[in-house]
Design a protein around this ligand. Structure first.
Ligand code: ADP
Ligand code: MG
Ligand code: MG
Length: 212
């Protein structure tokens, strides 16, 4: 359907948590090359905390508050850069969505856009700095463009997930300019960014849970 309700959004977050757990070793391996080898464990810990609040029966029945609770769980359980950045993404999505039962495609895209703006503001990185933004920016822009062209929601979401994966792949030749990887300078070139890799999982999980 064209409507994403609270249950679907919760399924998306739980699917993302499962996919990250499944890829935790790869995420940590990527972070061991250009960081401190904790991206897989950081996100797994944060998303476990998020899933436990989503599953404890106290989840608000409204989208904004549910996303806020999810973002808060991440921020409060992850010490690394990725906790506040992903947390901010979900908190800004929450504010954009507000108190409602369901989001149409344009409202979902607007919530993703708000999340992206939050990550930009929080991390002060730009496109090409070899961060999660290099997956996030194309994912959001592609969704917006596809919906503006009048493409069906399912097709638009798949295009968004494809764009996130292409953006992830494009980080390999980049020189890191933000975060721990930037300490390596030229030695950061030739390695895929861990955060862009987890962000590609986030958008693939959306395509896999929001389309029926
Ligand atoms: P830490 O670097 O604190 O150990 P993680 O390993 O969990 O945290 O996350 C690292 C990822 O965070 C990087 O691969 C990158 O994608 C992302 N990142 C780091 N700094 C920034 C920033 N300023 N803006 C956006 N993303 C960032
Ligand atoms: Mg790290
Ligand atoms: Mg760390």
């Amino acid at each position: 359907s064209e409507i994403v309700d609270v249950t679907t959004l919760r399924s998306w977050l739980i699917r993302f948590a499962g996919d990250v757990e499944e890829h935790a070793a790869q995420l940590t391996e990527l972070d061991s090359a250009i960081g401190d080898a904790d991206h897989g464990s950081n996100l797994t810990r944060g998303l476990k905390a998020m899933v436990s609040v989503l599953a404890d029966g106290t989840t608000p029945p409204s989208i904004g508050p549910m996303l806020k609770q999810s973002g808060m769980a991440l921020v409060s359980s992850v010490g690394g850069a990725s906790g506040p950045l992903y947390g901010t993404f979900f908190l800004r999505m929450a504010t954009s969505a507000g108190e409602c039962d369901a989001l149409g495609p344009d409202s979902l895209a607007a919530a993703f856009r708000a999340g992206l703006e939050g990550v930009l503001a929080r991390g002060q990185a730009v496109a090409g700095d070899k961060t999660m933004l290099d997956a996030l920016i194309p994912a959001v822009e592609t969704l917006e463009a596809a919906l503006n062209e009048g493409r069906p929601f399912g097709e638009a979401l798949k295009a968004s997930a494809d764009a996130a994966e292409a953006g992830r792949d494009a980080t390999t030749p980049m020189l890191a300019r933000k975060g721990r990887a930037s300490y390596l300078g030229e030695r950061s070139v030739g390695h895929q960014d861990p955060g862009a890799t987890s962000t590609a999982l986030l958008f693939r999980a959306a395509a896999n849970t929001m389309i029926d």
